[in-house]
Structure formats: C-alpha cells, structure tokens
Design a binder for this molecule. Sequence first.
Ligand SMILES: [Fe+2]
Ligand SMILES: [Zn+2]
Length: 401
Amino acid sequence: MEAPTNGPAFHDVEVGPRGRHLPEGTPSSVDVTADAVTVAFADALGGATAATFHPTWLRDNCPCDECRIVQTDERRWQPWRDVESPQAVSAKIVDGALHVTWNSGHRSTYSAAAFANIDRASHRGTWTGRAWTAGYEIERFDHAAATNDMVTRRRLFEAFRRDGAIVVTGSPVVPGSVLDLVRTLGLTIRDSSLGLIFDVKLDPAGYNIAFTAEEVPPHNDNAQYTNPPSGQVLAMLVNDATGGESVVVDSWSVLEQLEALDPGAVDVLSRVAVGHRQYSTEAEGFSRNPLVVRDRDGHVRHLRFSNQLMQPLEYDDPDLAAWYRAYRLLGTIVSDPANHVSFRLSAGDTLFVNNHRVLHSRTAFVPDGPRHLQDIYFDVDDVMGHLDRMTGEATDAMVTG
Ligand SMILES: [Fe+2]
Ligand SMILES: [Zn+2]
C-alpha cells in the first residue's frame, strides 16, 4: 500500500462529543446540594479534581443490577419513573466508591471503574476527520490485504471514517463479486426497491442518467429515500471506454465554503424540505427532505444532493428566493474544480464513499469500448462499529459495577 502524499488540501475536523472527560482517579469526597452532586477524585499524586453532576444524570447512570438489565447491558430504569425529579438526600465515600441515597429511596454506588465506563460511553464516537479539496489523494488499499489482514482492514476503516472515501485495488472483475468483498469486510448490504445491485452500463432503456454516456454531475445516490444508505460501493468490472473519469467532492469542504460566502444559506437548505424522485418500470421512490442536516455544533450530518432527481418546489414557497440563492451557490461550489478529486476507476478498482457526505460524479465518455460498474450499498455505522471493537472503544459491558 502506498503512503498518501497529501499536501495542504485538507484540514482536520473534530467529530463527536467534545466536552470534558470525567477526572481520572478515585472518588475521595462528595458535597450535595439540592441541584448538584460534586465529587472530588483523588489522583495517584495526591491531588484532586472535582466534577459537578446534575442529579438526574447521576441517577440515570446508576450502574446497579436493578437499574440495568444485566443479561443484555440495556437500561431498565426510566428517568420519568419517579414523580419527583431525582435529588440526593445523602452521599458518602466508602472504600473509594461514591454512595448516594436518593429521594426515591433508591441507593446507588459508583466505583472509579463505573465512572470510567460512563465516561467512555458518553464520549463514544469521538474522532478526527479531514475536510478535503482538489489535490487530496484518496487512500488506496490492496484487495487481498484488505480482506485477509486485519491491520490493513483497520487502516482501511480508519481512512474511510476520516475521508469518507477509499479505493480498493485489485478486486476480482467477476459480476457480483463486490457482494463478497463487502460481506468479507463484515458489512451488511442494504437492498433497495431498485435492486440489490445497481448495474451501471450503457442502456438505452435505463432509468438513471448513469445508464447514458452523458456526464453525470456530482450527486449522492438514492436521494429519493428519506434515509438513503450511508455507504456506497462502486466496483469497476471493465472500463475500456474513452473518458468517464471519476470525481469525488467532499460536502464538508463545500458547506464550509457556502457558510463562509453566505451565512444564511446553509440554514435555509436545512429548513426547506424538497422532493426527490427516482423510479423505474418496477419501482417508485419519492420523499421530501431538506438538503442539509447539521447538528447543534454545525457539524454536517448529511448533504442530500442530486439535481438530477430533484422535484419542483411550490411556486409560492415563502422561502423560494432565499432557497434558490443558496442552491445556486451550493451548486456553483460543488461544480468548482477546486473541490474536485479526480481519478480513473480501472477494472478491479472499487470505490467506497460515505453516501451522506461525499458526492460522486463521472465525466462523459465515448462508448468506444465496454464500461461496466456495479454499485451496492451498506451502512457506515457498521464500519464505525467494527472500528470501535478494534480499538477497544466498545466493550462487552459498557457499565459494570
Ligand atoms: Fe451515483
Ligand atoms: Zn440503581
């Protein structure tokens, strides 16, 4: 596997919970008020750091066998079960563990290990991604190594999480073999009403622009679904046509640029639901959703972008003018070569993209030779799950006494 030779065509993006971690060490003293429980944690050097807990949070995370289903590690206690909101009536430290008696009469014990487990669970899904632009090199992994060697597979998953795109090289060029690759990586394939495999080849009766030789502008797939699959695999079986280069675009970079150019644009794209339709003789798909989903911190969770499949807004939509201003700007940034990473998918190359984040496109081609691509879909959450097991972030029991 070759090392990436990336220049400054990316910057880091922190994803996931960014709050403070609980202090390490052993509970050493506790102070209770009506609306807070403050615990000091003693470290190995004799110092102490305190953390102040909201009583409902502390009660809700009681690790006892009554509050958790031991067999399955699921929650049993419900925060709305007690009529009065939880209040600590007394608390003390015994043998390095916090003991709390609640107004309901329930008693909770929190050891240092229990606090460490709660801390790990509350910070799970914290990682560093990269927002990239033209000049970035999508990492490539050898098929045999990715399927046989767990160290390579972990690096593949980490690169995919970070960049939202990787290429596997040297894949078999047998139709359907992409199913084996994805299953071997431990990913569950997502079916759709248009079929399990999206066979992309020249087809005069095809229902999608990809079945023509025309340029396919940047988009993500299955915008007609409210929940499009978050992972997509594009496996090139044969590519002997002239042209037809692949282009990928990172929506993280695109939406950052949009926000910088027009701070209100991302907001209107997050508020207005727009219809998308994709259909064939057998299948009818339509849903109405906003183009952008962001979280409280402004982090992009989903860009839905398929100008091809988009349906008309109502002519009297009250946000129409602002929405079109934002959409034109968004499309201009998506189309800007400064945001395009281009490469040729040759026979045996398999592109993986995060379909909620990375747009893909294809330049026009001359059908002077065969070209056949097979697309299938999966859920990126399964990649995250494998990574969390590989790194130890996920354990068998998230909460233990
Ligand atoms: Fe596509
Ligand atoms: Zn309990």
